[in-house]
Design a protein. Structure first.
Length: 271
């Protein structure tokens, strides 16, 4: 019984992504033997991998619409020709996530072998790494004046003509995406000796159920003009997040062998 607090801090310097600090703080309070409350707050990161930073990529030629074109042609031609290069971005920074969860654990003395935990989680990801096509890079540069995207555009003087510059555009990943995920995790288990049900029967039986109820999964790609996608209740896409994900197992442990049956499922959703 009582209150317990814990914490940790880690300082890391990446040769490619620079210095980052991650940390975690938590507390546990058990007012009575049957109930335990817990809360955790943390800062987590994911450093860009070698492919994000240095992929060799490929090249293509195409054209993009002029982001600042007006009907009278005052801002140049309707479209710009360009050569595109899909490459890594050595200037990427680590993704950062601020997360916290709060929950309760029940172990009632009147029901030996039973445990139930319910935890709410909230994860807020910023500076997520996302790759953009040539048109989006131009839009973010000219319409929103984001310098990182402007740095990915240059002119090829050897192929430009008066009034119609030929562009070189690097389609590469940027720290532009963000995501928020909220939900509830549920974990229940019950373990009993089999002889408590059938006199003299050997072994133990364990029943366990795990489920996650997603409340929000909001993804903002950073592309101008696109809406924030909430994929909660969507099945079968890249960011599939069914409202419910669950798993049930039953195990019989005998002195010389063990048998387990497992069932998994997701709730109905949109495809």
């Amino acid at each position: 019984l009582g209150l317990e607090a814990n914490g940790a801090v880690r300082a890391t310097r990446y040769s490619t992504a620079g210095y980052v600090t991650t940390w975690k703080a938590g507390a546990t309070w058990r007012p009575v033997e049957d109930i335990r409350f817990r809360v955790t707050r943390s800062r987590d990161i994911r450093a860009p991998n070698l492919n994000d930073l240095f992929q060799g990529g490929s090249a293509n030629s195409d054209s993009i619409a002029n982001p600042i074109f007006t009907p009278d042609g005052a801002n140049g031609p309707a479209r710009y020709s360009y050569s595109g290069f899909v490459t890594g971005n050595p200037d990427l920074r680590p993704e950062k996530a601020d997360s916290w969860n709060a929950g309760v654990v029940l172990s009632p003395r009147f029901l030996p072998g039973f445990n139930l935990s319910v935890d709410y989680f909230d994860i807020d990801l910023e500076a997520g790494i996302n790759t953009f096509n040539a048109q989006t890079i131009a839009d973010l540069c000219f319409l929103q004046e984001q310098q990182a995207f402007c740095d990915a555009i240059s002119e090829d003087p050897a192929r430009s003509t008066p009034g119609a510059p030929y562009l070189l555009i690097r389609s590469q990943p940027f720290n532009a995406a963000s995501q928020v995920v909220r939900g509830v995790d549920i974990d229940a288990s019950y373990r009993r000796p089999l002889d408590a049900v059938f006199a003299g029967a050997p072994g133990d039986v364990t029943l366990r159920a795990l489920a996650t109820r997603y409340i929000d999964n909001l993804f903002d790609s950073g592309v101008p003009g696109t809406v924030v996608l909430d994929s909660t209740g969507v099945n079968g896409s890249q960011f599939a997040t069914p409202k419910w994900i669950y798993r049930f197992s039953a195990t019989y442990d005998a002195p010389r062998f063990s048998i387990t049956a497992v069932g998994r499922g997701v709730s109905a959703g949109k495809y």
